[in-house]
Design a binder for this molecule. Structure first.
Ligand SMILES: *Cc1c(COP(=O)(O)O)cnc(C)c1O
Length: 303
């Protein structure tokens, strides 16, 4: 459960819109955000199957592994993180956190990482780590993740509106669409990919398909113009926007996902994308742990 917070800026008022931020970042300081939504039913399933260890995959700054390490410890699971790339000489803030939470880290090269979705690879992992492991895909995105994310929709009463959400694997966007279609809600969803490339639409369609939902029953579109050059790429305009948002609203935004989505949303507002009187719910998917790593890498740009 997370709160809906009304956002006021002169631009929003001038365009006569209502913008509400769904503060999933506040669910928990360590395992909040969309990653918790996606983990919730997976951890339940792991318990139901009497699994003692949860294994997953991620990059060296992964919000998903961060949430898994924290939630795993909290709920009494051992955790294993298969981290993309070579072992670094010095662990970054995210990796240090994973270690402190007791996550067993294994660094895997691109050859193995590329096989992360293959069943033959999962069989090899079960052989290596034993039958008590429960494997969650990269980003926590699977069918149970959609069910967890759909609860975010249930927390908000139905009405004619827009949703705005960032996407990486597309699991969160798919979960919102799943919740809307399941409840016959006709609300529009704008999906802002954090990555460059035109694979996102197909990825979301596939996820919905697997969940038994026809993507054409939902009213949604990809807004591809705000990835800032690709995953974890940025420019100073984005940095300035995030810092200004924090100063004016007292709300921190991560620079990888929600910061870019909100930048894009405000740009659309400026360009009169939305009719007067429209209500927009923007989902704050969390990821705030990434700010430290971002500042470590790029020189304390974010306040
Ligand atoms: C992982 C993540 C996303 C992307 O979610 P997907 O379900 O992979 O599309 C968005 N925002 C934040 C903060 C994240 O950590």
């Amino acid at each position: 459960m997370s709160i809906l917070q009304q956002i006021h800026t002169s631009l929003i008022d001038q365009k006569e819109l209502s913008v509400l931020l769904k503060r999933d970042d506040l669910i928990h300081p360590d395992f909040g955000g969309n990653k918790w939504r996606k983990l919730k039913y997976n951890l339940g399933q792991a318990r139901a199957e009497s699994k003692t260890t949860v294994l997953s995959f991620g990059g060296q700054h992964s919000n998903h592994l961060y949430a898994l390490a924290a939630a795993g410890l909290y709920f009494g699971f051992k955790t294993i993180g298969l981290v993309r790339g070579n072992p670094p000489e010095k662990l970054n803030a995210t990796l240090r956190f994973l270690k402190r939470r007791g996550m067993r880290l294994e660094f895997i090269g691109w050859a193995d990482y590329r096989r992360r979705h293959e069943h033959s690879y999962w069989d090899e992992l079960r052989e290596k780590f034993g039958p008590k492991i429960y494997i969650i895909p990269e980003g926590g995105t699977n069918a149970l993740a959609l069910k967890g994310v759909a609860e975010l929709v249930d927390e908000v009463e139905a009405r004619n509106r827009y949703w705005a959400v960032s996407s990486g694997t597309g699991g969160t966007a798919a979960g919102i669409l799943y919740g809307l279609v399941r409840d016959h809600r006709e609300e529009k969803v704008l999906v802002f990919p954090a990555l460059k490339g035109d694979f996102m639409e197909k990825q979301i369609v596939t996820l919905l398909d697997k969940a038994g939902v026809d993507s054409q029953e939902a009213d949604w579109r990809i807004i591809p113009d705000y990835h800032f050059g690709g995953f974890a790429k940025y420019d100073l305009e984005l940095v300035q926007f995030i810092n200004q948002f924090k100063t004016q609203q007292a709300i921190p935004l991560d620079p990888i996902y929600t910061g870019k989505m909100l930048f894009g949303l405000f740009d659309l507002i400026r360009k009169d994308f939305f009719p007067k009187g429209t209500q927009i719910i923007a989902v704050h998917t969390g990821g705030l742990q990434g700010i430290r790593g971002f500042n470590e890498r790029f020189g304390n740009l974010l306040i």
